[in-house]
Design a protein around this ligand. Structure first.
Ligand code: HEM
Length: 452
């Protein structure tokens, strides 16, 4: 088995020759993209039962391998032999819109960029973020009072855009922040464009225009953020330095900040949709979380209160177990290697759907059931394997915003639970979308009852 390649792996085409591995490609070109988009779990379950933990599949023109199970995720994420490229795993989906960002870098190059985020997610920074996000959330929650039904998805989306503009970029909410958020939305919607050409009229072009707008806006702000005493993420990134004592370049900051908005927004929106969906469907859990918030005895929580929110924490993790916000992670092999007993050629795309590990009966009791107690210290099911619960990935690229996401969910739920009781309509069984953003398809219509 070869251990090294003399050719630059980033310049190689994807390997399409996987016929020696069991599996099923599906339709020409699209492969199984449609069933995967409709229901990741069911499609992967079918492959696993028929072909085992490694099976060949095709999605949107890419032949690759579906990989499931704790041991294989451990091998890929920890990547002791540097066999797996994250950069090339995401190059086709994200490279054209967000080139040279942290998720599109490997090994030493990646380590250097990850250093830029050090100060931005330390305790002191996080403490400041809590105080900045609370009033923005309150502003939105107050407006929901007279809306019936309150469709949760667009409402939380708007709230989190304002939270992002305030915390990540350091902007005041208002017209300029709205323009920035719209450019960001265009860029992430651009990724859904089927024709990836920078030509007016195409979704992809609108997305690229959005990125160009953001980069220009942020570029002008860098000197101000670097000289000021802002407590927003952008200011932290501007002040962080390389090991040699030099600031990160404007180009590096623009790349990472633009991607950070993308990495943070849809993921937290999806997580909150599922928390609210499940706690509306299970009013006993809604009430348990509310009692925990009431016991805190204050309208907004502080950073020091976060650890005491044990029930909300369990509901957060159980919702992410059932519907992880990133439904499919991707890698590409750099050289020929072995995976699950198969010889995998160089430049082979790997698809890693976290949702399958989250349902495997060897790790979880009654895996389909919403049961937050499984995360309690008495049961700790997520510790049955170090890689059975992976909504934030693992290894070198593990989510940088994991604690931020948990904090944001707790701050939001605390205010929401204290202000409202909420229900979904009777016999509510919405279609659940898997991609691009997992969520109930109808946006979750809620009946809100203001608490006294
Ligand atoms: C519930 C919310 C979130 C989920 C489920 C989530 C999930 C993930 C996952 C699965 C990855 C790794 C992808 C891979 O290895 O292929 C990742 C990476 C990343 N996430 Fe998150 N994320 C969330 C929120 C956030 C937030 C709030 C931020 C920023 C404040 C953020 C920033 C990032 C960044 C920068 C990376 C790339 C890290 C690297 O390449 O080293 N994420 N996230």
């Amino acid at each position: 088995m070869s251990t090294a390649t003399s050719l630059d792996y980033t310049q190689q085409p994807d390997n399409k020759d996987l016929d020696h591995i069991p599996g099923e490609y599906g339709l020409p070109w699209v492969g199984k993209a449609i069933p995967i988009m409709k229901d990741v779990y069911a499609t992967v379950d079918d492959h696993y039962k028929r072909f085992g933990p490694v099976s060949r599949i095709r999605m949107g023109g890419q032949n690759g391998l579906l990989v499931v199970g704790g041991d294989l995720y451990q091998q890929v994420y920890l990547d002791r032999d540097k066999n797996f490229s994250t950069k090339m795993g995401y190059a086709k989906q994200l490279g054209g819109m967000y080139p040279d960002t942290i998720l599109l870098q490997d090994f030493d190059e990646h380590k250097i960029q990850r250093r830029m985020f050090q100060g931005a997610f330390k305790n002191d920074a996080m403490r400041g973020y809590v105080d900045m996000m609370n009033p923005v959330m309150k502003h939105h929650l107050d407006q929901w009072e007279h809306i019936e039904p309150l469709v949760f998805f667009p409402s939380i989306k708007k709230t989190l855009l304002d939270v992002g503009a305030t915390i990540f970029v350091g902007m005041e909410i208002g017209a300029e922040a709205d323009k920035m958020s719209q450019a960001f939305l265009d860029s992430s919607e651009g990724l859904l464009g089927l024709i990836r050409m920078d030509m007016p009229g195409l979704k992809w072009h609108k997305g690229k225009e959005g990125v160009r707008y953001l980069r220009q806006l942020f570029k002008e702000m860098i000197p101000v953020r670097r000289a000021g005493d802002g407590k927003d993420t952008f200011s932290f990134l501007c002040k962080e330095k390389h090991e040699n004592g030099e600031y990160f370049s404007d180009e590096e900051i623009l790349n990472q900040l633009t991607f950070l908005l993308f990495a943070a927004h849809d993921t937290t929106t999806s997580a909150l949709c599922h928390m609210v969906y499940y706690s509306a469907q299970h009013p006993e859990w809604q009430q348990k979380m509310r009692e925990e918030s009431l016991a805190l005895g204050k309208p907004m929580m502080t950073y020091d209160d976060l650890d005491s929110m044990k029930i909300t924490d369990m509901v957060f993790h159980e919702s992410l177990r059932l519907y992880p916000s990133v439904p499919l992670m991707t890698r590409r092999t750099i050289r020929e290697c072995e995976l699950g007993g198969y010889r995998v050629p160089a430049n082979t795309i790997l698809f890693l759907p976290p949702t399958y590990n989250h349902h495997m009966p060897e790790y979880w009791t009654n895996p389909d059931k919403f049961d937050p107690e499984r995360f309690s210290p008495a049961r700790n099911e997520h510790k049955n394997h170090s890689f059975c619960y992976v909504p934030f990935g693992g290894g070198a690229h593990k989510c940088i915003g994991m604690h931020f996401a948990n904090m944001l969910a707790k701050c939001f739920m605390h205010q929401f639970l204290l202000k409202y009781e909420y229900n979904t309509p009777p016999n509510y069984h919405p279609e659940m979308l898997s991609m691009p953003l997992p969520r109930p398809a109808d946006g979750i219509p809620l009946k809100l009852k203001k608490r006294g």
